[in-house]
Write a protein that binds this ligand. Sequence first.
Ligand SMILES: Cc1ncc(C[n+]2csc(CCOP(=O)(O)OP(=O)(O)O)c2C)c(N)n1
Ligand SMILES: [Mg+2]
Length: 340
Amino acid sequence: MAVQNPNATTATTRHGALGLSAEDLLEMYSHIALARAIDERMWVLQRAGMVSFVISGQGHEGAQVGVMWATDRQHDWLVPFYRSLAACLTKGMTARDLMLGLFARHGDPSSGGRQMPAHWAHAAHKILSTSSPVGTQYPHAVGIAYAAKLRGSGELCVVSIGEGGTSQGDWHEALNFAGIHRLPVIFIVENNRYAISVPQRLQMAVDDVAVRAAGYGFPGVVVDGSDVLASYEAGREAVRRARAGEGPTLIECKVERLTAHSSEDRQEKYRPTADLEAARSKDPLVVFKHYLEQVGVLDEARYTEIHNRIKAVVNDATEYAEQAPWPDPATVGRHVYLEG
Ligand SMILES: Cc1ncc(C[n+]2csc(CCOP(=O)(O)OP(=O)(O)O)c2C)c(N)n1
Ligand SMILES: [Mg+2]
């Protein structure tokens, strides 16, 4: 691929210093933009009464793509949470996979249409199914990391949660165990400052969740999660530590929740307008686009090409899932009751 600006690949740029090429940047951007486009389509479908429920990853995508880019996406594990749409795409799930889940169709790789939307999972891509109670994914991830260490497989596990979920006992137990056994796990906290309507100051008495890592014997870092490259850099160091046997890292990504908590919520009721406007100014899609333009990696022609392709992918996935067969009602009790 031709790079318009010769400086774009030199170490004088931020991405050059991180060893990222123009191709890497465009692929990362495409993942963020695709995640956003799928997410926006999901809201339209929900408002049109075609699907039951949406919980959004909008505003979290830069942190997710940045950190995941530092991992081995074939070899490593991901234990997502409900906002991890962009992380799941980066790990290998497709727009069709995600739409099949939203429409609750038989072919949904997450659960065969049995779970509520946003319980992402994909066995072949090593994405573990999340349970609905927040926090439970953390001990699951630690179990995966423990197994990887015992087997000497060289795999690591990335797990995500929101800042509100860190009030759960499971979260602390997971960090403690992983610290003791120096497990290859990367703990991500996507801190968007709200747990539904509860602001961070009513959830914890510290400004940064990351400081808690010290209590469990490993580093905790704070990163601007609207900055894809900063997220990648933090992810890269956490991956290095995990592979070197140095144990876990807690990465707190300060992100913005650009939508209401879910399609059942109205954030205008508890979130000041100024806060919402400030959040929009940190939209990772826009921030990253500006960076790519500045370093000459993205021009108008390439932008149009990427977004036209994404539009076609989202349209295809929507139509594909809408027409896909429903699960067989005779199997409704499968995985719930013993089948005779
Ligand atoms: C144990 C448990 N308590 C409550 C809920 C309901 N619930 C779902 S999401 C959520 C808010 C979580 O906030 P946070 O961890 O900050 O993540 P965010 O949604 O902001 O990304 C709550 C209270 C739940 N799913 N599980
Ligand atoms: Mg939150």
